[in-house]
Design a binder for this molecule. Sequence first.
Ligand code: NAP
Length: 286
Amino acid sequence: MPLEFGTTVPFVTLNDGVQIPQVGLGVFQVAPEKTDETVLEALGAGYRHIDTAAGYQNEAGVGDALRTAQDSLGLTHEDVFVTTKLANGDRAKGRDGALAAFDDSMAKLQLERLDLWLIHWPGSDQANYVEVWKTFAELKDAGRIRSIGVSNFQKTHLRALFDETGVVPSVNQVELHPWMQQEDLRAFHAEHGIATEAWSPIGQGGDFLADEAIGKIAAAHGKEPAQVVLRWHLQLGNIVIPKSVTPARIRSNIDLFSFQLTDDDMAAIAGLERGERLGPDPDVFG
Ligand SMILES: NC(=O)c1ccc[n+]([C@@H]2O[C@H](COP(=O)([O-])OP(=O)(O)OC[C@H]3O[C@@H](n4cnc5c(N)ncnc54)[C@H](OP(=O)(O)O)[C@@H]3O)[C@@H](O)[C@H]2O)c1
């Protein structure tokens, strides 16, 4: 079902009924000492969803920003959706590693309950992702996490979770942008009620955004290339988590609700598919 867009960020309802804002701020490669101010900038600009990971080494900065935002912006944790991810080294340690890592992330984030926890990568060796997935389900059942999901899972990994645990992830966060559109995986997600979350949604910036076709669409709408790509995601139903430490970009990356791409625009962007990853291949990484 196409989402109805108003003037603010819509929510996507996950398969467990939890609602996630469709636009969030990603903080991969945000320096730990800059994370607090970057997240506060985003919260001030209207973001209500932050995506971090144990591996980004900046969960504490996210936690500090959330605490400061209570006084400076009047926001409580109830207002802000927080995602973090289980690192590969802890996943490889199985249940005990996952439980210890969860406590560590929660202490850094200064939270009692997490909104979304993801297995960061399925892993190629010593993967343990099925055992760890059972631990995720336990923590959700105990009320410590509202939603559980995975990241970088291919169909084979997802099928293993379904077959061996019967617990379907709420989210799969994968590399997804116009050069790597993941059409087959998105269809599989839709079939199984898994929300698709796009990482590197604007292709990590740079040359990617200089694409001529995207530039033409941007000019026609009086918008920036990044806004066109993010709007393309939203119209496909993807959750997006663009990263920026630049205040003007943080603001423009959520200013996506005053225009709409036409069917021709959507088709032109669909034509940019190259099957080209910017990040690692999940079958061999982690
Ligand atoms: N699950 C996973 O394995 C995984 C992997 C990678 C990423 N992620 C998540 O996805 C998030 C986003 O992915 P990403 O950080 O790889 O890439 P991205 O969001 O596609 O691109 C970020 C880059 O684009 C630049 N940028 C941001 N807004 C821009 C704009 N409006 N115009 C031009 N350039 C702009 C940023 O520069 P400045 O910051 O200098 O403004 C930064 O260099 C991450 O932060 C992380 O939360 C998850």
